[in-house]
Ligand binder design. Sequence first.
Ligand code: NDP
Ligand code: GDR
Length: 352
Amino acid sequence: MVKRALITGITGQDGAYLTEFLLAKGYAVHGMLRRASSFNTDRIDHLYHDPHVKGANLTLHYGDLADGTVLRRVLEKVEPDEVYNLGAQSHVKVSFEVPEYTADVDALGTLRALEALRDHVAHSGRQVRFYQAGSSEMFGGAKPPQNEKTPFEPRSPYAASKAAAHWYAVNYREAYNLFICNGILFNHESPRRGETFVSRKVTRAAGRIKEGLQDKLFLGNLEARRDWGFAGDYVEAMWLMLQQVKPDDYVVATGASHSVRQLVEIAFGELGLDWQKHVELDARYLRPTEVDALEGDASKARKLLGWQPKMDFATLIKLMVTHDLDLAQQEKTLRRAGYESPARGAASTGVG
Ligand code: NDP
Ligand code: GDR
């Protein structure tokens, strides 16, 4: 029997890696897609085949976590074995600008998905396993290293919404005996990372500066420390959680942290650039309340899931820098050929 997975947030960074991972395991993958006025499927286009093509195993359904009716309908239609709830307004700084929307999608959206799950399982008698994308941001002000027993001290509307979603998930597991796991994932990055998150913002800028396409990079707090891993490694942990005998919650992290300043030094150093000549502070990128230091203790995942990260921080940044230098070179070639298009997403980079 081919297993079926349903992924919300399939067009995001993790959605793309998870889809690749599950397709390689022989799953039929279904994803929920938001309607947008421009294409938002770049990250999964290479995985999608026309449904008329034999063996096409990726199916997309329009839907939104703000719309409980559609969630319910898609769940009934797909009848998945596993649901991965990755959809979210995932930017911490943006959550201070749009707190109500963030709560609606990240907290209430999860509740809507859980309600749909509860009813579907009750009607159909099927077993459906559910993964909830929790975040190290929920630890917020708690001292590192953080593990599953560390109390949450959320420091943003995003973190508070994710903490609410976490507790909804725990409650639905206990109250209705559902197979639900909370992943508490620390930052994970890749060449597919959104360009307003700090890792990608830095590696994009380093490549463009190297190619003479920009001169300055404006950042906020350089002293914040994060535990950065590779997204490709982290989606495996999501899947492993749903393969266990019992549902549980797990921290997923590398166990090593670095400051934003170190990230910048390594990325610019990779291209032989002196970052101090290019990086400037812009207070717009500071957060009203910052999370100073996150460093995860993933010993439970190591022990019970047999999971460990394969890529270290320096290799990750090198991978991203190499990818983004290539992008900058393509942009330069296009400009030389007379295409003076602005940098992709230029208008939205002001927020992140
Ligand atoms: P991205 O921001 O790259 O992707 C978010 C996804 O959610 C996109 O597919 C987006 O769609 C979708 N989405 C946004 N709003 C809605 C909505 N209203 N209804 C349905 N879908 C929506 O995030 P990541 O892939 O990096 O992260 C995946 C999940 O893991 C998120 O929940 C995030 O909060 C969480 N997380 C991420 C970590 C990380 O370091 N990456 C660490 C810990 C947790 P669209 O493409 O249309 O915008
Ligand atoms: P984070 O990631 O908030 O940890 O959330 P982000 O990359 O946005 O910030 C990391 C740290 O860098 C500092 N910083 C800047 N951040 C951004 N975006 N832009 C800047 O210019 C800048 N300058 C300094 C931030 O202040 C912060 O301390 C990510 C998201 O993927 C969440 O969805 C996820 O839950 C957590 O990781 C774990």
